[in-house]
Design a protein around this ligand. Structure first.
Ligand code: SAM
Length: 247
């Protein structure tokens, strides 16, 4: 696919979980050719070494501030740089379409009449399973795979959880952004019939040099996270496949 360089164009690029080797060839090409790269915290680090020397790098993640107006601010920057005729990359961690607020940016670009493309990538959940050497599905005992967020807009456990779905023992469930709320989530799961000894995998900083994988159970992980400080992004996988050999 070629990029329209005449009138400005936005590539919504997925960075994968953090290791530059997990970028797609297309993502690396867009980074190399970009005039401007707006990136999130989780897609910074060595990924940005793929950018060309001409690129202006703009941090727009949480650490860049503006908590309340952040999304509107990012939308405005995308539009401003595209209208200036730049090749703009909006870099998002994992796959941009998973808990990445992609829709807000698509709507803003469409409304502004700016051409864009979406470059898919490796979701952190998929990279976590690969790092732990487990599949995400299995015939008969894990025929469904579900991704959920453990945090609503306020950071709390969402109030409208479909407990029957997420307490289903024959499913692989992956919780994003769930470290803080997992003790509460786990109690709800157990109350809705999921055995406390269901295998669970805690996957922190997947594909980064300080990656940490802990294989445990839903009940024990809830106890572990109840007083654990949070410093790294992490996922929680639970279900019949979330075990394997210890590291
Ligand atoms: C805003 S969501 C973005 C998810 C991303 N679009 C994806 O497909 O992986 C951020 C959450 O994704 C998870 N995450 C992203 N990168 C990760 C990594 N390298 N290791 C572990 N979890 C990660 C964490 O749960 C983190 O809080």
């Amino acid at each position: 696919m070629s990029v329209n360089s005449g009138s400005g164009f936005v590539s919504l690029v997925s960075s994968g979980p953090g290791d530059p080797e997990l970028l797609t060839i297309r993502a690396a090409a867009r980074l190399r050719d970009a005039d401007v790269i707006l990136y999130d915290d989780l897609s910074s680090g060595p990924i940005l070494d793929q950018a060309g020397p001409q690129a202006e790098l703009i941090a727009v993640g949480k650490r860049a501030g503006r908590p309340s107006a952040r999304q509107e601010h990012v939308n405005a920057l995308l539009i401003e740089h595209a209208r200036a005729g730049h090749r703009v990359v909006r870099l998002k961690s994992g796959d941009a379409g998973i808990f990445g607020r992609l829709e807000e940016e698509i709507i803003a670009l469409r409304e502004a009449g700016i051409g864009f493309e979406i470059v898919p990538g490796v979701p952190s959940a998929v990279a976590a399973a690969a790092a732990a050497q487990i599949p995400l599905t299995r015939r008969l005992t894990a025929r469904r795979l579900q991704f959920l967020t453990g945090a609503d807009v306020t950071g709390a456990l969402p109030a409208d959880i479909n407990w029957a779905a997420i307490a289903d023992p024959a499913v692989t469930t992956v919780v994003f952004m769930g470290q803080r709320s997992f003790p509460k989530l786990a109690q709800g799961l157990i109350d809705h019939g999921l055995p406390g000894d269901t295998p669970a995998l805690f996957a922190e900083a997947v594909s980064h040099p300080h990656q940490r994988l802990i294989r445990t159970t839903v009940e024990k992980l809830a106890a572990m996270l109840a007083d654990a400080p949070i410093s790294q992004p992490a996922l929680i996988l639970y279900g019949p496949l979330a075990h394997g050999k210890d590291d």
